[in-house]
Ligand binder design. Structure first.
Ligand code: GLU
Length: 484
């Protein structure tokens, strides 16, 4: 335990490409720990077994390490309150659920999914927000035992007060009051025995002695459930701080549909981690104009969690580019710059794998930049005329690009085989030959129709860069198709 006793955590769910929003929250927690001489902990929240994958867990750890945000306890290094992966803790939650049942703070619910759907539809139809109606509260202990003995499936739900409101002070939002009436009887343990996020999160924060919970504002509405759990268990609750979400320039929530949101996209394009942290850290400090260029130590020194704005952090790419350029020009020696470039080119095996694919395709080494340059470029500057050589009409090309892009999101493990299998499946579904499908993808991904093998190139470029290139290609082709 550190002198201050401050313990904070980042608790990502490994369900997708690590998001810059995760780096933003992680940085806040990291700076908070640094400022207070506390500990910064990493916990993997993978209770959603259908969406969590080991690939994404590795990626989230790698991405946060790339950012330079080191944790002192986590699934990779252990620590005194481990394990730090919720799926490895799954047997720890059951006794706590039993305690809540025994104290009468929770109940077993036998409602079938069909009944719950019907109930919600009826509520919606009468203009009410969908919420569990408490049907199973009526069962006596004997009823419950009989149902369990008969093998009826059940979940465990928490009881919620019927009157009054949950009042608390959030470190960012100030005083908050949420009527209990609007809080759902949350499922705590699912039918398969796994805890839900809310249950595991509160128990783990308590067992890991977390003192401050700083996370995205999307969790603010969940605080009443969490506070109630702390009360039911008679535990001290942590201080809650809900940070405003990062937004696009148009104030909409930052999402990959508008802007690339994966950390891996920014690392692939050659953003410097210090510049990304500098950019994100500026949302947490008060500085005068001209003081923008700050490293993590300087950010920690100026870090001011009492003075955060609720306005939202605008993800202004131009500002990030400006800071990144300044880091490259002003903060690096020539030697350091060279080292960075080489490390970057080696990331994801881009350079080596690209050379391996190129060797059989060149007669002079000087052809390499044209042939494999697309693996390193931040922007292909794709011209719509690049698609002219493809036999398909622009309408068909657009249809292919727009189908492939969301479909590739479904791939769980991003590699040559899975990409090929998915593209073949798309071809079958669209009733088109693979040849027809891949022609526009070649151009979209590499900028040229004479290039390296497509599936390998896509694997090397990575999911987030491919996503962005397909999106930009679709925009270019849409200009050819013109308004309908
Ligand atoms: N697993 C949650 C997430 O990924 C953590 C939220 C929290 O910090 O409580 O957003």
């Amino acid at each position: 335990m550190t002198a201050s006793g401050v313990r904070v955590r980042i608790a990502p769910s490994p369900t997708g490409e690590p998001h810059v929003g995760t780096a933003y929250i992680a940085l806040f927690n990291y700076l908070f720990a640094k400022k207070h001489g506390g500990e910064f902990i990493l916990r993997i929240e993978d209770t959603d077994a259908t969406r969590s994958t080991p690939e994404f867990e590795t990626k989230v750890l790698d991405a946060l390490k790339w950012c330079g945000l080191e944790w002192s306890e986590g699934p990779d290094i252990g620590g005194p309150y481990g394990p730090y992966r919720q799926s490895d803790r799954k047997d720890m939650y059951q006794p706590y659920a039993q305690e809540l049942l025994d104290k009468g703070h929770a109940f077993r619910c036998f409602c079938t999914p069909e009944r719950l759907t019907e109930m919600r539809e009826a509520q919606r139809a009468s203009g009410k927000p969908p919420k569990y109606d408490g049907l199973c509260l009526k069962y006596s202990a004997e009823d419950v035992s009989a149902k369990m003995a008969a093998g009826e499936g059940s979940v465990i739900r928490m009881k919620i007060p019927t009157e009054g409101s949950c009042d608390f002070t959030d470190g960012v939002y100030g005083d908050v009051s949420i009527p209990w009436d609007s809080v759902d009887m949350q499922v705590l343990i699912k039918g398969d025995g796994m805890p839900t996020y809310h249950m595991a999160n509160v128990i783990d924060d308590h067992l890991m002695k977390i003192t401050h919970v700083a996370r995205g504002e999307e969790w603010l509405a969940s605080v009443p459930k969490h506070i109630l759990l702390y009360r039911y268990f008679e535990w001290d609750q942590p201080v809650f701080m809900h940070l405003s979400l990062m937004r696009n320039a148009d104030k909409s929530k930052l999402s990959k549909r508008k802007n690339p949101t994966s950390i891996s996209y920014y690392s692939a394009l050659g953003y410097i981690p210090e510049a990304l942290m500098n950019f994100l850290g500026l949302f947490f400090v008060q500085i005068a104009e001209g003081e923008e260029l700050l490293d993590i130590e300087e950010l920690a020194g100026k870090f001011d969690p009492e003075n955060l704005s609720k306005a939202g952090a605008i993800f202004d790419i131009q500002k990030l580019d400006w800071l990144n350029g300044r880091w490259i020009r002003e903060k690096m020696s020539e030697e350091e710059f060279r080292g960075r470039v080489l490390t970057w080119a080696m990331e994801n095996d881009r350079l080596m794998a690209g050379l391996a694919l190129s060797q059989s395709r060149v007669s002079k080494l000087g052809e390499l930049p044209d042939l494999m340059g697309f693996l390193l470029k931040s922007d292909l500057n794709l011209d719509p005329s690049a698609f002219a050589k493809i036999k398909s009409p622009p309408e068909e090309i657009l249809e292919i690009l727009n189908t492939v892009q969301p479909d590739l999101e479904k791939i769980l493990e991003w590699n040559v085989e899975s990409i090929e299998a998915e593209l073949r499946a798309i071809g079958d579904r669209m009733g088109k030959k693979l040849k027809i499908i891949v022609a526009p993808l070649f151009v979209a991904v590499s900028g040229s129709s004479r290039s390296l093998p497509l599936f390998d190139s896509m694997a090397i470029l990575g999911r987030s860069v491919v996503r962005q290139r397909l999106k930009l290609a679709a925009q270019a082709v849409a200009a050819l198709v013109g308004p309908k």
